[in-house]
Design a protein around this ligand. Structure first.
Ligand SMILES: Cc1ncc(COP(=O)(O)O)c(C=O)c1O
Length: 442
């Protein structure tokens, strides 16, 4: 441990004794001391008391500017007044019906207007949204294999929980990566049906599709990779992917769980002008409540009932109310403009500080989403990300935390998000903190 990190930990612990105490108690009851939404980190995670607008408050009374926003769920920020009012009203009308109701139509319409999908089904999470897409693709095409991108994350379904974070030793050739299960418990029988391709490499994708002609149901991608930092598609990559999949009679699935309704009102589909065959959505569409959706062309969605794709809590009235208000009343044109402008200011501010301090770091992002990685070259795919310095990233994050800034979701694979409730002053405060922290990271 460096002297700088040791000092940072001392500061962290001095500031958060209440979190430490609760963490020690929680570890005896809930696995690893966390509820289940994310891995823990050293020295221990902070315990939250409440949140409001662009801030969270911990159990010791400290406040933090929140650019994690629950892994990008809270593009609307915390406790948006329109959502609080609407959700109170829905609580008065009931939380579960087990029967359809009118608002599913309004929420569904709001999504089909934003995305190039004809119909959709609601689910509760991103894991389900991609599971539905993979099942529908296999059912529609009658083929077994899926192609996924190395380093991409699509949730927990066994056949997608592959090559999320392979080590350099096990990852295989960069242009033809091995399929490596992410953790134990995934059978060889499942692994053999998932082929792994590098991001931003159409030549490799074409090679894979040629080699497996007639076997592949779908290619699934995060159109902007957001689980290995923020990795933008190179010019023409997504269009090329669309063309290749069509030529090979393979469906294209966009996993827009992280990009959807954030990069643009219609997510990456709108931003890059691409029409995939299926789109998986979650996180920000629920406005802070658990919600996902899987949508596509009518002919692909037609057999969804026969495939048994239902869920007890799917389309529950609180989540649907939250989605409907988020999409029709909160994420307005001017809200996007504001968040995108502030997001660009934040990225530019970081880049200027990196340049001034001559840090070995890259700042990558788009509109309201971005992040910093400690690398001397741009990150275009998982192998580039693998070579970034994770120890310095950890020091950066802890040092920013001590300054009262949750600068990104925890982890060098994550990113920051500027919500529609962040202000110019919030961005300035974030940059002032980074200006202080950056020179100590060398
Ligand atoms: C791109 C992507 N797809 C799917 C998922 C899984 O979503 P959930 O955690 O809601 O199951 C995630 C989660 O981070 C994700 O980033």
């Amino acid at each position: 441990m460096t002297d700088h990190l040791k000092k940072m930990y001392e500061e962290y612990e001095k500031k958060t004794p209440g979190s430490k105490e609760r963490y020690e108690a929680a570890r005896k009851v809930v696995s690893a001391g966390i509820g289940g939404s994310a891995p823990t980190y050293d020295p221990y995670p902070v315990f939250v008391e409440k949140a409001e607008g662009s801030k969270v408050f911990d159990v010791d009374g400290n406040s933090y500017l929140d650019f994690n926003l629950c892994w990008g769920v809270l593009f609307v920020g915390h406790r948006h007044p329109k959502l609080i009012e609407g959700l109170h009203d829905q609580l008065n009308n009931g939380t579960m019906y087990g029967l359809p109701y009118e608002e599913i139509l309004e929420a569904g319409k709001a999504l089909t207007q934003r995305f190039p999908i004809e119909e959709l089904r609601f689910v509760n999470s991103g894991t389900e949204a991609t599971l539905y897409a993979a099942r529908l693709a296999r059912a529609y095409t009658g083929k077994d294999k899926l192609v996924k991108i190395e380093g991409a994350y699509h949730g927990l379904a066994d056949y997608l929980h592959i090559s999320k974070r392979p080590s350099a030793g096990e990852a295989g050739p960069p242009k033809r990566p091995s399929s490596i299960p992410y953790g134990a418990g995934i059978t060889d029988g499942v692994v053999k049906d998932t082929i792994v391709a590098p991001f931003n490499d159409l030549e490799s994708m074409e090679g894979i599709l040629n080699e497996h002609t007639g076997e592949v149901a779908a290619v699934i991608v995060e159109p902007v990779m957001m689980n290995a930092g923020v990795i933008l598609p190179k010019k023409g990559y997504l269009k090329g992917l669309r063309k290749l999949t069509q030529e090979h009679n393979v469906l294209l699935i966009f996993d827009e769980v992280k990009t959807g309704v954030k990069l643009a009102p219609g997510g990456a589909c709108e931003f890059y002008g691409i029409e995939p065959d299926l789109v998986s959505l979650a996180k920000a569409i629920g406005g802070g409540l658990p919600l996902g959706a899987c949508g596509g062309r009518k002919e692909i969605m037609a057999d969804i009932g026969h495939e048994g794709l239902f869920g007890t809590f799917s389309a529950n009235p609180l989540s649907i109310r939250s989605c409907r208000i988020t999409l029709t009343e909160v994420l307005t044109k001017s809200a996007y403009k504001n968040a995108d402008t502030l997001g660009k200011d934040l990225m530019k501010g970081y880049q200027d500080i990196v340049d001034d301090t001559k840090l070995k770091a890259v700042v990558q992002g788009l509109n309201s989403v971005g992040g910093i990685l400690f690398s001397d070259r741009p990150v275009h795919n998982y192998r580039d990300w693998l070579a970034t310095d994770k120890k310095i990233w950890h020091e950066y994050w802890i040092a920013m935390f001590n300054e009262g800034i949750l600068s990104m979701a925890y982890g060098p694979e994550e990113e920051w998000l500027v919500s529609i409730q962040h202000s110019k002053e919030d961005i300035q405060e974030h940059l002032e903190a980074f200006k202080k922290v950056a020179p100590k990271l060398k």
